[in-house]
Design a protein around this ligand. Structure first.
Ligand code: ADP
Ligand code: AMP
Length: 225
């Protein structure tokens, strides 16, 4: 009996966070990650780190990112494939911002199949576009930890400074109203079909992402429990 329980406890959890820019994926990720000991893989964070370090991958990705367009499927599939092999991902992972096209979703299925696992749940951060501009233009981030703040909804104790490290916060170059328009266009055209892909498999849980952060956390916990 103990053995069975242990196997259940050790089951891999592979969850996808799905939603437009500013819907709250990055805000909820650390909570899920800590509660279930999962690794958090956000393709946007990995790409921004590559751009900052001017790696060959970063150089290739920069132009599309600056314009709010998606980078090529091959680039992001390559970085996810590599990142999933990390020891910290052995209990499972939260994928945040990936897959963003149906081709990426198909490639992910192939990668997971090779490891004998599959996607458990897709958490859909459903929200109206009209709410997102204020969220995006007020967002400040602590780049090395990924901690996220908002000037109005979640301000740091000291303006422009990370609560934990005291290091400076930054605003993302693409967090402007103009670039958000292209990002939302890409979301509706290329990424929304991904939700149909997973709906057909019965994996999608819809969240009310317009609610305050703590209420969204309660919904996330209900879905994952
Ligand atoms: P995403 O990762 O989906 O792009 P974030 O989690 O970074 O979105 O959230 C975008 C901005 O909105 C951040 O500044 C964050 O502090 C704020 N935010 C996140 N969730 C909520 C919420 N439920 N209500 C109000 N503001 C929120
Ligand atoms: P995000 O941090 O998720 O808002 O992503 C920032 C930018 O990185 C996006 O606007 C895209 O240019 C790029 N990006 C992140 N994830 C992906 C992905 N899965 N596929 C293609 N482009 C991506």
């Amino acid at each position: 009996m103990y053995w069975v329980l242990q196997l259940l406890e050790e089951k891999m959890r592979d969850n996808l966070l799905f939603g437009p820019p500013g819907s709250g994926k990055g805000t909820q990720s650390p909570i899920i990650k800590d509660e279930y000991c999962l690794c958090h893989l956000a393709t946007g964070d990995m790409l921004r780190a590559a751009v900052a370090a001017k790696t060959p991958l970063g150089v290739k990705a920069k132009e599309a990112m600056d314009k709010g367009e998606l980078v090529s499927d091959d680039l992001v599939v390559g970085i996810i494939d590599e990142a999933m092999k990390k020891p910290s991902c052995q209990k499972g992972f939260i994928l945040d911002g990936f897959p963003r096209t149906v081709v990426q979703a198909q490639k992910l299925d192939e990668m997971l199949q090779k490891q004998g696992v599959k996607v458990d749940k897709v958490l859909n951060f459903a929200i109206d576009d009209a709410i997102l501009e204020e969220r995006i233009t007020g967002r400040w981030i602590h780049p090395s930890s990924g901690r996220t703040y908002h000037t109005k909804f979640s301000p740091p104790k000291v303006l422009g400074v990370d609560d934990v490290t005291g290091e400076p916060l930054i605003q993302r170059k693409d967090d402007t109203a103009a670039v958000l328009k292209s990002r939302l266009e890409a979301f509706h055209k290329q990424t929304e079909p991904v939700i149909d892909y997973y709906s057909k498999k019965g994996l999608v849980a819809n969240l009310h992402a317009e609610k305050p952060p703590k209420e969204v956390t309660v919904e996330v916990e209900k879905v994952l429990s």
